[in-house]
Structure formats: structure tokens, C-alpha cells
Design a binder for this molecule. Sequence first.
Ligand code: LLP
Length: 420
Amino acid sequence: MGAGVLTRTFPRVDGVVRCGTTSAEEVAREFGTPLYVYDLDRVRERARAFTEAFVGVDHLLAYSVKANGNLSVLRALAEVGCGADVTSGGELYRARLAGIPAERIVFAGVGKTRAEIEQALGEGILAFNVESRGELDRIAEVADAHGARARFGVRVNPDVLASTPHRYTATGHAATKFGVPWSDVRALYHRALERPSLDAVGIDVHIGSQIVGVDPYERAVDRVLELGAELREDGVALEYVDIGGGFGISYDDRPGLDIDDLARRVVLRVRDADLRLLLEPGRALVGDAGVLLVRVQYVKESEGKTFVVVDGGMSELLRPSHYGGFHEIEPAGPSEGRPIRPVDVVGPICETGDFLALDRALPVPSPGDLLVVRTAGAYGFSMASNYNGRPRPAEVVVDGTEVRLARRRERHEDLTRGEA
Ligand code: LLP
């Protein structure tokens, strides 16, 4: 058994999966299912691992709020010094509410509205990550109208194709909506030099998500640093380089990205360039710090197939059906003596694509059994929906020996709130 297994979050002890000092079963009984559970110590530990790896260069961890925006998670990250990468006014609101200082927040995304730009300028964020000429012009207009100055970096498209598990999560190549094409970047900075309300302070790149190799990062960093040096010669006062997020984690027996190796390849380069380093990890900080607990409702045999129908599906965890995402699933309690068979673990939604796992070898459970869906801390609740009239699940945090409600389960009244 490797060290990774011994230090696993939500370990199995005496045949029972644990959430901190209590069992998953007890937590599920108290708070109901489907239920998200996050281990805050693990979140802090992951943030510390990044901080230690990158200690050789002045850096900021701008946690990517889209991965998991729960206020308790954000607060834990704020406490260990993290900033935030936000993609909307809503995420900015959340990050500020959780106590993340504005000067540690970058605002990304291809579709920033006027209202969002106003909100961000009002807060005094660290910088906008600009994705197009139209956006830069809009930011300048809004800043002018408010007598404000807007700090920004251009998100450049480095045309680096990094291997990601699904084409929906590859972003660094030329054929996506993200980033400014390489050949247009310098002109954009020059345009900004002429606008007194714009401060070009950074250069930004993000090449995709769930990337497990360091080479694409190295290539992207080399490319942007070279461009950064040219920009400085042009008179652009660059302060930082933002290498985005996408740092892959382990969902199965394959390892995630080696953060120390990444740091070894990046730290000196950025330090030599005399720039501050921004990183935007999302999944890597929260992914394996979360599980989704679901309860088996029925075990249905049909045409030689076994369907394990549970009380959570694509409305709670969209990753399996949307990206073919793999999540380990195991019984929360002992399962000795049960036959192991390939089963489909499916949700209650009226869609054939509503599943958590297909053809998965599992000890065949019984109705009432609790299942643990692992590595669900990132892009789980944050992508949850009310489809099929389903209230979104509760979220609970384990904080040392304490287990507490972080967000109550939605009620039926929540489903119609705001409707005429
Ligand atoms: N920075 C930018 C500009 C991003 O677009 C993203 C993610 C991140 C940082 C954080 O990436 P992370 O470190 O979490 O991989 N829903 C998909 C992932 C979508 C990622 C979108 N952008 C999934 O469940 O796999």
C-alpha cells in the first residue's frame, strides 16, 4: 500500500468509509442524500503543497472559483492566502463575501458584460484577463466613464495543444473561443498604451483542464515569456505572468500532474524574467477533497443488465455524462460476500445519458445502501442543476473533528423562488 493510499481523504477504516472522525453513513443519516462532503484539511493541504512547490518565486494562487464556489471552501482558501480566478459577477460576489481580498482576484471569461466590468472596477480587482479587442475597448470605456483605471493582462492563445481527457476541456489551441490569437497580441497591448485608463500589467495563458503532463506548460510558459520580453521592450510595464490552471488530478489509478516537477520547470524561468507568477488551480485544490454520497433506491435487472438506481445523477454530478468523466464508486459500508458484477449506476433523471458509471464492476448493493462517489469536489455541485425539478443537494464540510452543514439542501420553495 503506497503512502498516497494511507493518507487518502475519506479513507476506509474497519470496512467503513469515514468522513473525518465519523462514518459516511452517519453523515448521510444526519444530512440526507444526495450529499456533497468536503474535507477542508485536504483543501488546505493541497494549497500548501502548491505554495511550497512554488516558494522560489513570488507567486499568487488565484483559486478557480468555478471548480467549487462553496463559501466555506472559499473561506478556508482565503485563510491560507489564496486569491481567486472568477468568471462572472456572481463568482466575484462569492469570492469577496468569503473574504478573498479584491487585490488577489483576477477576472477571466470571454463574455464580460458592462455591469460585470463596473462591479470589478468598483471592487478594485488585481486584473482582468482580457480575451478580445472588443472586451479591451469596453473595459476602457467603462473605466473612462467612472474615472477609474483598469489593470489587465491579455489572455494569449499560445496554440499549444495539451492532451486533455475530453475535447471540451482543451483550450490552448487555435481553434477555440479562448484567448487572443498570437499574431494579434502585441497590437492589443499597443492599443492599451494609448488609453490612459488602461494599465497593461500582465500576460495570461490557460491551456486546458485535467492536464497531467508538464511539457505543454513548459512550452506555453516559454512562449509567453518570450512575448513578455518583447512587450517590455515595447514599453509595457509587465508585473506578472499568469499560467492559468488545468493541473490534472488522479481520478483512477493514473497519477495526476506532478506539481513539484511543474514548479521545477517554471519557477526559475519566471524569476529570471523578473515577473510575479499567478496560478489558477481549481480542480487540483478541491477535486479529491470532496465526495458525493448517494443512496441506492432500486436494483433493477433488465435484459441481463443490472442497473443500480441511486438518488443522485446528472443533476448532481454532470461530469460522467457530459465529459465521460470517471469517478470511483464504492459502497460506504462493508460488502464482503456480495457478488461483484458489472453494473450501471444510474440516476433518477428522465434521460438515457443520466448515469454516474457504466459497466462498473461493483459488489452488487441492496436498496438502502450508501455509495461513495469519489473525487467529486471539483465541478460537482458547481455544475449541479435543478433539472427534472430536483432541489440541489446539501453540502457539508469536515473540518478537523467537526462536521457541519455548509449549504442546506434546497427545498421545493427554492425551486419556484422568483417566479411570477
Ligand atoms: N483558469 C481558467 C481560465 C479556466 O478556464 C479554468 C477552467 C481554470 C483556470 C481552472 O481549471 P482547473 O485547474 O480546475 O482544471 N467542467 C470541466 C472542467 C472545465 C474547466 C474550465 N476552465 C470538468 O469537470 O472537467
